[in-house]
Design a protein around this ligand. Structure first.
Ligand SMILES: CCCCCCCCCCCCCCCCCCCC(=O)SCCNC(=O)CCNC(=O)[C@H](O)C(C)(C)COP(=O)(O)OP(=O)(O)OC[C@H]1O[C@@H](n2cnc3c(N)ncnc32)[C@H](O)[C@@H]1OP(=O)(O)O
Ligand code: FAD
Length: 633
């Protein structure tokens, strides 16, 4: 076995057979997959060696290896689900004995997380795949009773994984106990052939994520040992006794893990887009500001700064909030390990709204970065289109955004009711109890004043939702109907909550560490945090006018301060994206390379197009010429 030393960027990126002769965009769907498996297998080999001396920890922060693969597999790593969900699901949901058994082959197995079905993605209690206990043989029999019950979407399922964790409805002695997780081998380790009783395949081309190998899987009387049900939280004994979990939602823990991660993931996606677009904007000269002076860097247009600097600030906001949320997650997981689940609802609510806001913001901000680069941003070689399609997939996967915001709203409404009954609330929602005391406080045009104002918006909108639900109930609707009738406002409450959280955590975490930083760094970080908060105060000025005492004059002053901040950040803009420290081989962009040789790189890349291999394409003689000659006058 060829052994690699600990991979560092320069080592991994120096491995020759990890480079592409032909840009990925010129390969077929099948060639793309084969190419990414070729490269992914080299990386998988390196990580396997690296990880041999490390036990699979339940919740390990993403190593920078995850980032290196971004440069090598510009689209998506088909092994990603193995690391992102398959292993965490086992370490999070299986007993220690099961973990030892299922993970004994280490990286000898490649897994995925098979939960979504053709007919159900959001409503997990509606999943149709069944796992029925056979007492006589001490096995579960897995079945896909309908076409809609086929697993559909799991990454790596089509042709890569040989194992998966399957979410299926547990049936014991004729009784359904709801969705549970099962460890299932789906392909022969040696031949990679699908095991008998399975129908496996790939779901076809997508708008992006095309090397993720998302697949489908159908079961026909497929048998697994009873011990293959992940039994950390609930158990099925040999005699068929079902032992309930202390909290049935613990089964959903793997999804919380990824949602928490995605905040940091989006920070990195945005850092790449900001690096590309800001560097390009420093190179690109176009038009004049003063008619009698040369064409300017487009970065000198204030509106260009308005489009781009929010992405720099947002990347830092997501990074800092991602660390904060990760610490919360780790603490809650530790508490659960000690038997306390008190903070699980709070963690679920936080992860739902922050995952949604970070993925949505990453999507539209990356698109804004692309548009700010004009036509050249539309080239695949800029890497902005791929960043966009990869980031926006996250708005849907791991919990569709609308659905997750409604989950957070559920928590806000519960918290509001507790606040109105005088109960004490967790720190992340305690502001709800202070609404009536602070509603008419004098507005302060400071970052803290804005954060307080955004919290008043959350409380005010939540109050309005609670009143709306009550109104519908008093008119005869059931609670669930009243909830549905109020859902437009409920989404608004969650969105406001998420924004207030991001502003608060960003500002106070930066403020907290600023005394430990060099003065220059502290100044610039605070400028970014203030820019972020002021940007969103201006974006949400309508809500602030309704729920706080902010005045038109205050808003005018905020607009002035915002424009001052753009000017203050302008001299450091290129330095700020350089400080993301993303090397060219990972940035993969003709527009964003560190040396600024944009036009030369664009031409070099264009000449790699297969169409440029000859001056006259054969289609001229085969198709065009006969028509031209026929109609030639
Ligand atoms: C090469 C080296 C790599 C190294 C990598 C390292 C890791 C990097 C990872 C980061 C990148 C990740 C990239 C991933 C790529 C793609 C992955 C995509 C995977 C998927 O998409 S998996 C499938 C995801 N599917 C979902 O999220 C489904 C969403 N639906 C649900 O969650 C539930 O159905 C829903 C909507 C919550 C409703 O469930 P239901 O049972 O109906 O719940 P109720 O609404 O009735 O509420 C009941 C009650 O339960 C609470 N609840 C619900 N969910 C949870 C939860 N997850 N945790 C805790 N509590 C939960 C809810 O709050 C309610 O509580 P009440 O007290 O209010 O009753
Ligand atoms: C790129 C990608 C990778 C994926 N990888 C995986 C994977 O590895 N493993 C896996 O198991 N799954 C995976 N998924 C599936 C993903 O988790 C689901 O697509 C997601 O959970 C949404 O479910 P759905 O697509 O069935 O949409 P549905 O649940 O059908 O929702 C469709 C729309 O209906 C509305 N809606 C649904 N429920 C409600 C509600 N309660 N209230 C209000 N509106 C509602 C929402 O607007 C929603 O957008 C992946 C998906 C994508 C796009």
């Amino acid at each position: 076995m060829k052994c690699y030393p600990v991979p560092r960027e320069n080592l991994v990126l120096s491995i020759d057979n990890l480079k592409d002769d032909i840009p990925e965009e010129y390969l077929s769907h099948k060639e793309c997959y084969e190419n990414v498996i070729r490269k992914g297998s080299v990386l998988y080999d390196i990580f396997s060696e690296l990880s041999k001396d490390r036990k699979h920890k339940a919740h390990q922060a993403p190593s920078n290896a995850y980032r290196i693969s971004d440069g090598i597999m510009q689209n998506v790593n088909p092994f990603l689900l193995h690391f992102a969900l398959f292993v965490p699901a086992i370490t999070n949901q299986a007993t220690p004995e099961q973990q030892a058994e299922f993970l004994k082959h280490g990286f000898g197995i490649i897994g995925t997380y098979a939960q979504t079905e053709l007919g159900h993605g959001t409503f997990l209690r509606g999943l149709e795949t069944t796992a029925t206990l056979d007492l006589e043989t001490d096995e579960f029999v897995l079945n896909s009773p309908t076409l809609t019950s086929y697993k559909w979407w799991p990454g790596g399922l089509g042709h890569t994984a040989n194992h998966c964790v399957v979410m299926a409805q547990l049936y014991v002695k004729g009784k359904c106990h709801g969705p549970h997780l099962f460890f299932v081998q789906i392909r022969d380790i040696e031949t990679h052939e699908p095991l008998p009783g399975l129908k496996l395949g790939e779901i076809g081309a997508k708008m992006g994520f095309n090397t993720a190998d998302n697949g489908f899987l159908g079961f026909h009387n497929f048998r697994i040992p009873r011990n293959n049900m992940l039994m950390k939280n609930s158990q099925v004994l040999k005699d068929g006794t079902y032992v309930e979990s202390k909290n049935e939602k613990l089964t959903y823990g793997s999804m919380v893990f990824v949602r928490v991660y995605l905040l940091s993931d989006m920070a990195y996606m945005l850092a790449r887009a900001a690096t590309i677009s800001v560097r390009y904007s420093a190179v690109r000269h176009q038009s004049h500001i003063k008619p009698d002076e040369p064409e300017v860097q487009i970065l000198d247009f204030v509106i260009q700064q308005h489009k781009l600097f929010i992405s720099i600030a947002t990347s830092h906001a997501f990074k800092i909030c991602g660390l904060w949320l990760w610490q919360t997650y780790s603490k809650v997981m530790e508490d659960i390990g000690k038997g306390s689940m008190d903070r699980l609802p709070e963690l679920h609510a936080l992860s739902c709204c922050l995952k949604t806001t970070s993925t949505r913001d990453a999507g539209w901000l990356i698109e804004q970065c692309r548009l700010a680069c004009g036509g050249h941003g539309y080239l695949m070689s800029s890497n902005l289109p791929s960043l966009y399609t990869t980031a926006t997939a996250a708005i849907t996967y791991e919990g569709e955004s609308t659905v997750l915001l409604l989950q957070t709203a559920r928590y806000l409404i519960k918290s509001w009711k507790r606040a109105m009954e005088g109960e004490s609330l967790p720190a992340t929602v305690s502001f709800l109890s202070e609404y009536f005391n602070k509603r008419y406080n004098k507005w302060e045009n400071t970052p803290k004043g804005i954060v307080d104002g955004l919290k008043l918006v959350v409380a005010g909108v939540t109050k309005m939702c609670a009143e709306s639900i009550q109104k519908h109930v008093s008119r005869g609707q059931q609670y669930e109907e009243a909830w549905n009738s109020s859902s437009v406002q409920l989404i608004k409450a969650s969105e406001a909550y998420s924004r207030a959280l991001l502003c608060e955590v960003f500002w106070f975490e930066v403020d907290k560490v600023s005394s430990t930083l060099s003065n220059n760094l502290a100044v610039v970080l605070k400028q970014l945090a203030e820019l972020y908060i002021t940007y969103w105060a201006l974006e949400k000025r309508g809500d602030l006018l309704v729920y706080t005492t902010i005045s038109k004059d205050d808003l005018d002053k905020l607009q002035e301060r915002y424009e001052e901040l753009l000017a203050l950040i302008r001299p450091n803009a290129v330095g700020l994206v350089d400080s993301f420290d993303i090397r060219d081989e990972i940035l993969c962009s003709t527009l964003g390379a560190y040396d600024g040789r944009v036009y030369e790189r664009m031409m070099e890349h264009a000449l790699k197009s297969p169409l440029n291999a000859e001056t006259v394409n054969q289609s001229f003689h085969k198709y065009m010429k006969p028509v031209i000659l026929k109609h030639k006058i």
